[in-house]
Design a protein around this ligand. Structure first.
Ligand SMILES: Nc1ncnc2c1ncn2[C@@H]1O[C@H](COP(=O)(O)OP(=O)(O)O)[C@@H](O)[C@H]1O
Ligand SMILES: [Mg+2]
Length: 673
């Protein structure tokens, strides 16, 4: 590396402290911030750089759900024995560089290289809602591109092959400061398991573990390999071999579906638009039931439906939802050729405005020729600009025999006016019906209340949570009745109950928050709802956080519809934020909560608040005293369930049981409600 003299511009090696030509001293920092940025990017990767910069060089220790991809070049060792290191690098470097590009394309993080192997993570330092699927897609692309990489490599590479293992699981993600440098480190069993799975993959194959399979089986096809015997594990490790993509139609048919509940008014509204023509935009958060509503409308319709949508991993492909919707249409008009990315030279050379116009006119006339028809464009919050422009143009020119039904998580910015339908959360009765369908029995009211509190009427959350509760043994079925198996866990909050299938979705939302909001979210999650701004401020002052940002951060969380007043819109978001926080940090936060609550919590809530936080802080004798006092007070106030919870916890602490609080909470204790 060289530096350039600021006075005369001559370049010198970095060992020179002065310009040997004009004598000017080398500036203390002669690297521009853009260069520092480039170096940082090169050393730690884009994501980590962005996170580090936005958080002032610090990263919190976090528990995260991560999909680890272990890709190994087999046949490397004999090659390394045969070749001179420099020749070896010539063979391997371009291949590894290409694999790294594939990881980055999926917005994954390259964790490490070990000679011939690459370890990549999806889910840390940044979560996406589909990290497991991104990991599988990454493996698929690596395997697909590998033959071409080999063909381009020197002859010596001929014997190499690529084998990949993927495992998904909870990890600790943190910066670890060593003597020489600081590393971003991911610690967890899934990293080892990915390697074990890889060693069981055939050349050119990818083997995944159970959680990865569960999270991605709707989108990909796998062959079950049975249980693998692996080092360091007593039981066999269930594994699946990746076979390929699943066609969208098959994906839809195989998806676990519950009975349709509620939504009668919405179905009627959709039927009206279908009859009258025009467009309707469904707006609601992820999992609210946009796709299901469209599916149900389609099943009740007699018209032809053309369906297309956008994908979270791809917001750059032009016209993606339109290409999907028009896939079965054979028209080869100029506009459709442009839309499909297949223009001839003359079309490609058209000025953009003219091209846009041509596409809109040709798509409009194609649709008119197919009328009456319903066009569905799903998930337009991920749409590329060209798709939105086309929708905008068509809204001005479509005949009433063409209906456009679109969906998005957020309002779209279009110039044309379009009717919007805000899909509301399911009401409690519908939630109860959904739970009853999924658990195959009538749920007790406490369970429905708990699920509504956690899920706020979001059907995806409801479905995943109900199934996770059954898996965890919190609910069970006896003689056709659904019972709450662990009442204490529900009363205690089962704070860490977040199904894997939701963790990515919610984690991605949390990761997208500005730094201050994320920190306040953690405090609010530990405090438990309802949260007052004063209490959050008091805790953050105690923890030496910059409390001047608190008010704005709370406003931000409200604007993001995470908090509503002092409550969490979905307690499952609170649970996710709680679960991400390391146990040690949770204890610190619980203790700070207990120490800050004095003037800020209403007198009749104070004993309970203290007891709960001191217990969760692991505060020993202080917690015992507080639990006793809280139990007394709860009894006086006639809150019997609460008193039982405090007493149970008190007994647990007095007995000094070695079992952790979390284990106790999850222990099944049947209660027939
Ligand atoms: N009204 C409903 N009745 C029963 N299940 C529903 C209903 N709405 C949504 N679901 C289920 O909830 C999950 C999420 O719904 P989905 O339509 O995919 O949400 P979105 O498209 O808004 O992200 C799906 O499994 C779906 O079958
Ligand atoms: Mg959807």
């Amino acid at each position: 590396m060289e530096w350039s003299c600021a006075a005369c511009g001559t370049s010198w090696p970095t060992t020179y402290s002065f310009c040997a030509f004009c004598g000017q001293a080398r500036a203390a920092v002669d690297t521009s911030s853009a260069e520092i940025d480039d170096v940082l990017r090169a050393l730690v990767g884009d994501q980590l750089r962005t996170e580090l910069v936005s958080r002032g060089g610090k990263l919190p220790e976090e528990r995260r759900l991560v999909s680890a991809v272990f890709a190994d070049l087999s046949g490397f060792t004999p090659l390394a024995g045969r070749l001179d290191p420099e020749a070896l690098a010539e063979v391997v470097d371009p291949i590894l560089a290409a694999l790294v590009r594939i990881v980055k394309r999926g917005d994954g993080h390259v964790g490490s290289f070990a000679g011939d192997a690459l370890l990549a993570y999806f889910g840390a330092p940044v979560a996406h809602e589909d990290d497991a699927a991104r990991a599988v897609r990454c493996a698929q692309e690596m395997l697909a591109e590998f033959p071409a990489l080999l063909a381009a490599a020197p002859d010596e590479a001929a014997g190499l092959s690529l084998r990949i293992g993927i495992d998904t699981g909870a990890v600790m993600a943190r910066l670890v400061a060593g003597d020489i440098r600081t590393d971003y480190n991911i610690l967890g069993n899934s990293v080892n398991m990915a390697q074990r799975l890889q060693s069981n993959a055939p050349p050119g194959g990818c083997v995944v573990g159970e959680t990865t399979f569960d999270l991605t089986k709707d989108a990909f096809d796998f062959d079950h390999l049975g249980g693998l015997q692996v080092k360091g594990r007593a039981e066999p490790l269930p594994a699946w071999l990746l076979v390929g993509d699943r066609a969208p139609a098959v994906q839809r048919r195989r998806r676990r579906t519950s009975r349709m509940v509620g939504r009668e008014a919405e179905l009627a509204a959709l039927a009206r638009v279908e009859a009258d023509g025009g467009a309707l935009l469904l707006i609601a958060e992820a999992g609210a039931g946009k796709s299901r509503l469209l599916e149900e409308s389609r099943s009740r319709s007699v018209r032809a439906w053309l369906e297309g949508g956008c994908a979270p991993h791809d917001s750059t492909t032009s016209f993606r939802p339109w290409v999907g919707a028009l896939a079965g249409v054979s028209s080869g008009s100029d506009g459709l050729r442009v839309l499909r990315g297949d223009p001839d030279a003359a079309l490609a050379a058209l000025p953009p405005a003219q091209r846009r116009d041509l596409v809109a006119r040709d798509v409009a006339s194609t649709l008119a020729s197919l009328a009456p028809v319903v066009v569905v464009l799903e998930d337009l919050h991920w749409a590329d600009q060209a798709s939105l422009d086309l929708l905008d143009d068509l809204l001005h020119m479509l005949p009433s025999s063409v209906t456009v039904l679109a969906s998005s998580r957020e309002p779209l910015s279009l110039t044309a006016t379009v009717d919007a339908l805000d899909l509301q959360p399911l009401v409690a009765d519908d939630v109860a019906a959904l739970v009853s369908d999924l658990l195959e029995g009538d749920p007790p009211t406490v369970l429905v209340h708990d699920i509504v509190r956690r899920c706020g009427g979001n059907p995806l959350y409801v479905a995943e949570l109900a199934l996770a509760m059954r898996e965890r043994g919190l609910v069970e079925k006896l003689d056709g009745e659904v019972l709450v198996a662990s009442a204490s866990a529900l009363e205690g909050g089962a704070l860490d109950l977040v199904p894997n299938s939701l963790e990515g979705l919610i984690g991605a939302r949390i990761d997208a928050l500005p730094n201050a909001e994320e920190r306040v979210l953690t405090i609010a999650a530990v405090l438990g709802a309802p949260v007052s701004a004063d209490l959050i401020s008091a805790v953050s002052i105690r923890l030496a956080l910059p409390h001047q940002e608190i008010g704005a951060a709370i406003d931000g969380l409200r604007a993001a519809r995470i908090l509503d007043g002092g409550r969490f819109v979905h307690a499952v978001v609170q649970n996710t934020a709680y679960m991400r926080t390391t146990r040690a940090r949770r204890r610190t936060l619980h203790l700070a909560a207990a120490d800050s609550c004095h003037p800020l919590i209403a007198a009749e809530e104070q004993a309970g608040f203290l007891a709960r936080h001191l217990y969760l802080a692991g505060a020993g004798p202080r917690a015992v005293d507080a639990l006793e006092a809280a139990a007394d007070q709860a009894l006086e106030l006639g809150r019997h369930d609460e008193a039982v919870l405090h007493l149970r916890r008190e007994v647990e602490l007095r007995l000094g049981s070695s079992a952790s609080a979390a284990q106790r909470e999850a222990a099944p204790q049947r209660r027939v409600v």
